[in-house]
Write a protein that binds this ligand. Structure first.
Ligand SMILES: Nc1nc2c(c(=O)[nH]1)N[C@H]1C(S)=C(S)[C@@H](COP(=O)(O)OP(=O)(O)OC[C@H]3O[C@@H](n4cnc5c(=O)[nH]c(N)nc54)[C@H](O)[C@@H]3O)O[C@H]1N2
Ligand SMILES: Nc1nc2c(c(=O)[nH]1)N[C@H]1C(S)=C(S)[C@@H](COP(=O)(O)OP(=O)(O)OC[C@H]3O[C@@H](n4cnc5c(=O)[nH]c(N)nc54)[C@H](O)[C@@H]3O)O[C@H]1N2
Ligand SMILES: [Mo]
Length: 716
């Protein structure tokens, strides 16, 4: 039995929290009868959730009670990838895993074991870092997880420090809202109410995106931009703002450093040049710059996609400099919003235990899984065992062909903890069943608002599933680790993981959370919250560092994604001033490649999926259809492609098949194929990550999903 078994009961309503890796972290009400979830709905009392969920979560009970859910441990009986498994007991599964590991450790050392995880569930207890203490104790290879926003975090922190930024609820006070590479209506839906409220009060909403996505359709102004050229646009805006005297000189003098240098840098971006780089008409760039500077308070909401090209980090640097130049931070609703995760006083080190990492332990970046498994990356110790939880690498990481080839290795002992038999789980030697949020106790931070949320178990644990916390307790016990770290109940873990004495937690208790399910951090209310009205930036200088003082130390990945201390800048040169780096796969940087592969592919989030989650659920599949690719009518006509045709999208890295959607919602030269579809369910057994590159962006070892060239042709 898990240590925290929930009570069973007759019909009742439980306050839960959405577990997903999404900025919204909704508070949910779960209707339960005789141990079954009848329905879930958004909590009407929660100021951000406002009583609504989304196309993924409206019928979460279908996922929880799906007949396809994994209910007990299983052992592979067919060839790898065949999906043939037989039931086994937990006892046998744990014995087999730990016996194999002990043998591998004896022969190759513990670094031959590679843990692999991301944010299948976002809870503080069962999420990103839940296996770290165990694997650090074991001495396994450290997985560097730079899946999402890592380059953005590096660039942002270099400029303003780990600031929570603008309260998303303060957007109602904004006059000018720039959604920059952020498809709010699909990926951050509950923020839209507030943006809409501002719009209704007269604010102008701008979307800067190569695709006319759902959000762009509701905006006042959609500015299509060539992918990966956003830094040039931001620098061009600065140049205009400075040249036309639209700067807030008092703010700049008091609260920034490096203005003169930045001014000189911005002068290198005259509007004609910027227009040529970005594909945006000169008059539009001028209008954007002038309106942005003079409509105060103005706010920029950056999406994750803004980091996804060769110069992603410097792009975020440029965007984060903009608000200080125009004094946007002076009032509530002005500034920039990246990840308010920084506001939550989570004691990450208490969860991860980086103090258990032996100096010199190998680090493998998770994007490089395919290379690490197939030997195309030099390794002194081979990877002999892979342990996957909270992630589905076959679908979500680039180099799909290599990942699949690596997973097919007979000598690789793979264990996958999952809800479903995903593309990755199909390759496991042992599959372990995981609980869903409705079966577990959890406490949630948010990366899209300022509320701490509690999830209380609504139904009993299904089948023989275990929580991730319990999984690592069991593994620790079997490996003979008797540290108190592995002896705690989930509630004790929650008490240890949050700094309840932090100023932002004043007046907040677990008892209160159990009653209401959510609570706002102890910060000023949204109509008063202007965190940098008088500077107070969390940088070494305490100012907004237009010229970064820490760039000299080189590139770095924030500790949340890599574990360990802050002191890990790698010395690679980083320009202390923001600048534009052309996408690697562009006519500008590689004309020969662009000659062969003229189309720039984007693979943003699917509206109906949560990364690869729900891409096996009938309801969401009905809405999403099969893997599609959107192509401009001119590009389609030039290739004899008509709507509905099955096409092949390819480059030197791989290929996948998709159904063509012909639309001018994408610019000429751009194609868009949403990510998330499962490979095993797709034509040709591949999806969009078959053509994507593992090359990192300039900062934070971020991925470059918007920096890939392809060609498209009719399928044979
Ligand atoms: N429905 C749904 N919601 C989700 C998720 C999901 O899978 N489905 N995933 C969650 C997760 S993990 C994340 S990180 C967030 C991400 O949410 P977002 O930050 O919104 O990220 P994306 O959907 O990847 O991309 C947003 C937009 O950026 C555009 N874009 C791509 N490249 C560029 C570029 O170079 N410049 C500009 N200006 N625009 C560009 C794309 O066309 C797209 O419209 O969403 C979360 N919410
Ligand atoms: N081409 C392209 N690729 C991308 C992106 C993109 O925009 N384009 N986005 C990137 C981004 S932003 C992100 S965040 C990553 C997401 O990468 P992942 O976090 O790996 O995404 P998911 O596909 O949601 O996979 C999570 C898996 O965890 C499982 N899971 C859920 N809850 C639990 C649990 O409690 N226990 C266990 N053991 N398992 C659980 C789910 O069933 C699911 O299969 O993908 C990245 N990949
Ligand atoms: Mo993400």
């Amino acid at each position: 039995m898990p240590l925290d078994a929930p009570p069973s009961a007759a019909r009742r309503t439980i306050i839960a929290a959405c577990p997903h890796d999404c900025p919204d972290t909704c508070s949910m009400l779960v209707e339960v009868e005789n141990g079954r979830a009848l329905s879930v709905r958004g909590n009407p009392d929660h100021p951000f959730t406002r009583g609504g969920l989304c196309v993924k979560m409206n019928h979460y009970e279908e996922r929880v009670h799906s007949p396809e859910r994994l209910m007990y441990p299983m052992r592979r009986v067919g060839p790898k990838g065949s999906g043939q498994f037989e039931r086994m007991s937990w006892e046998d599964a744990l014995t087999e895993i730990t016996t194999k590991w002990k043998k591998i450790i004896a022969e190759h050392g513990p670094e031959a074991i590679l843990p692999y995880s991301y944010l299948g569930t976002e809870g503080i207890l069962n999420g990103l870092n839940c296996g770290d203490a165990f694997f650090n104790k074991l001495g396994a290879t450290i997985s560097e997880r730079t899946f999402c926003d890592s380059g953005s975090c590096t660039g942002y922190i270099m400029t303003v420090g780990p600031s929570a930024g603008v309260d998303p609820e303060s957007f109602i006070h904004s006059k000018y809202i720039v959604l920059w590479a952020c498809n709010t209506v699909s990926t951050n839906l509950h923020h839209w109410h507030l943006i809409k409220e501002a719009q209704d009060r007269g604010a102008k909403v701008i979307v800067i995106d190569p695709v006319k996505n759902r959000t762009a359709k509701l905006a006042d102004w959609h500015i299509p931009i060539r992918p990966g050229t956003d830094a040039a646009l931001a620098l061009g805006m600065m140049n205009i703002i400075i040249a036309e005297g639209l700067t807030d000189d008092d703010y700049i003098a008091k609260y920034t450093v490096g203005y003169d240098e930045l001014k000189a840098r911005a002068a290198e971006y005259p509007v004609e040049k910027v227009s040529q780089i970005t594909g945006i008409p000169v008059a539009d760039i001028q209008k954007l710059a002038r309106e942005y500077a003079t409509s105060q308070p103005s706010v920029i909401r950056i999406g994750v996609a803004v980091e996804r090209h060769a110069g992603g980090g410097q792009t975020v640097r440029a965007l984060t400099c903009l608000p200080a130049l125009v004094g946007a931070w002076r009032k509530p609703g002005g500034g920039i919003l990246q990840l308010p995760v920084w506001a939550f006083p989570v004691k990450w080190d208490a969860l991860m235990r980086p103090d258990w990492i032996k100096p010199g332990t190998r680090v493998i970046n998770q994007w490089q899984l395919g290379a690490a498994l197939t030997g195309s990356m030099p390794l002194t110790t081979p990877v002999k065992s892979l342990f996957v939880y909270n992630s589905n690498p076959v679908v979500v990481i680039p180099d799909q062909d290599k990942v699949l080839a690596g997973l097919a290795r007979e000598d690789l002992f793979t264990v996958v903890s999952e809800h479903f038999l995903t593309d990755t789980a199909r390759y496991a030697d042992i599959v372990l069943p995981a609980t869903t949020q409705l079966e577990q106790f959890e406490i949630m931070f948010s990366w899209g608002h300022f509320y701490l949320t509690l999830n209380q178990p609504a139904i009993p644990i299904q089948g023989e599933c275990v929580t991730n916390t319990e999984l690592f307790r069991r593994l620790a016990k079997r490996m003979g680790f008797d540290d108190p770290q592995f002896q705690r109940t989930d509630e004790q873990m929650a008490m240890d993981a949050v700094d309840w004495a932090a100023p932002t937690m004043q007046g907040i208790t677990m008892e209160q959370l159990k009653k209401t399910g959510w609570v706002r951090l102890n910060l000023p209310t949204a109509d008063k919250y202007a965190p940098h009205a008088e500077g107070g930036f969390l940088t070494p200088s305490g100012k907004c560092e237009l010229k970064s003082s820490i760039a000299a130390g080189g590139n770095f990945v924030v500790p949340l994604f890599r574990q360990g201390s802050n002191d890990h800048q790698d010395g690679t040169p980083v320009d202390p001033l923001p600048h534009y780096i052309p996408p690697r796969e562009s006519r500008e940087a590689n004309a020969a490649l662009a000659g062969r592969y003229p189309l720039n592919i984007l693979s943003p989030k699917a509206h109906a999926f949560l990364n690869s989650g729900y891409a096996n659920m009938e309801r969401q599949l009905k809405q999403a259809g099969e893997q599609n690719v959107v192509i401009h009518p001119d590009d389609a006509a030039a290739r004899g492609i008509t709507a509905g045709a099955v096409v092949e999208v390819f480059n030197d890295r791989g290929k996948f098949q998709a159904v063509a959607e012909v639309s001018d919602e994408v610019a000429r030269g751009v194609v868009m194929a949403p990510m998330g579809h499962w490979a095993a369910r797709s034509k040709g057994g591949r999806t969009v990550n078959a053509v994507n590159s593992v090359t990192f962006a300039d900062m934070g070892r971020a991925p470059t999903f918007s920096d890939n060239l392809v060609e498209v042709r009719l399928s044979q």
